[in-house]
Structures are given as C-alpha cells and as structure tokens.
Design a protein around this ligand. Structure first.
Ligand code: ZN
Length: 110
C-alpha cells in the first residue's frame, strides 16, 4: 500500500521532549485500514512515546499526534483487535481539545 511508503514523512522531525532528531526515533505502524493509519513513535534516547494518527482523503493527508505512555508492543495489542474506525479518530480529537494540546508543535500538517 502506498501509505507504507509515506510513513517516514509523518513521523515527527524531532522528539518533542528531548529534541533529538528523527533518526533517533523508532517508529512502528500499529494499525491501518484503507485510508488511515496509526504509527507508534518512540524516542530511543528519552523513551517518550507518541501515537501518530494519519488519515487520507481527497484533499490529502492529515496527521496528528499525541503523547502516550504505552510502549509499542502494548500499542500493537490495543489496535490489533479492532480495525481503526471513526470513533478512534474522534476520541483522539476530543482528548486533544480537552487537554489543549497543540499537536502542531511536533507533527507537521501535510
Ligand atoms: Zn526524546
């Protein structure tokens, strides 16, 4: 799938916590469906973890990320049971609004 090749573009340029560059971030896709994908990104220096949600539509690709405290194996388990659906995306949006997190600080809009 074309998506897989794009995933390098959607991982953060640097760690939002310790600011090491992208080369020191370890990324793993934890789930995807036809038009969306979830990546787990972990910093190899400070161990911070981010979940990056990628959706694709006619307009293009949209990404947003949130800091998490789950490691990649747990993240994989979380999403392997169910296909990603709209509720997952909406839930994360709500969470971000509630917390007032500015995801654009570390995830670039495509
Ligand atoms: Zn870090």
């Amino acid at each position: 799938m074309e998506f897989e090749h794009k995933h390098k573009q959607v991982i953060p340029q640097k760690c939002p916590v310790c600011e090491v560059s992208q080369e020191d971030l370890k990324s793993m896709p934890v789930g995807h469906s036809e038009d969306r994908m979830i990546m787990h990104v972990q910093c190899t220096k400070c161990n911070s973890a981010i979940m990056v949600f990628i959706t694709q539509n006619d307009v293009g690709m949209m990404t947003f990320g949130v800091m998490v405290d789950v490691h990649d194996t747990e993240a994989g388990e979380m999403f392997s049971q169910n296909p990603i659906n709209d509720d997952d995306v909406i839930n994360v949006h709500r969470y971000l609004q509630k917390e007032g997190t500015n995801i654009h600080d570390f995830v670039e809009q495509q």
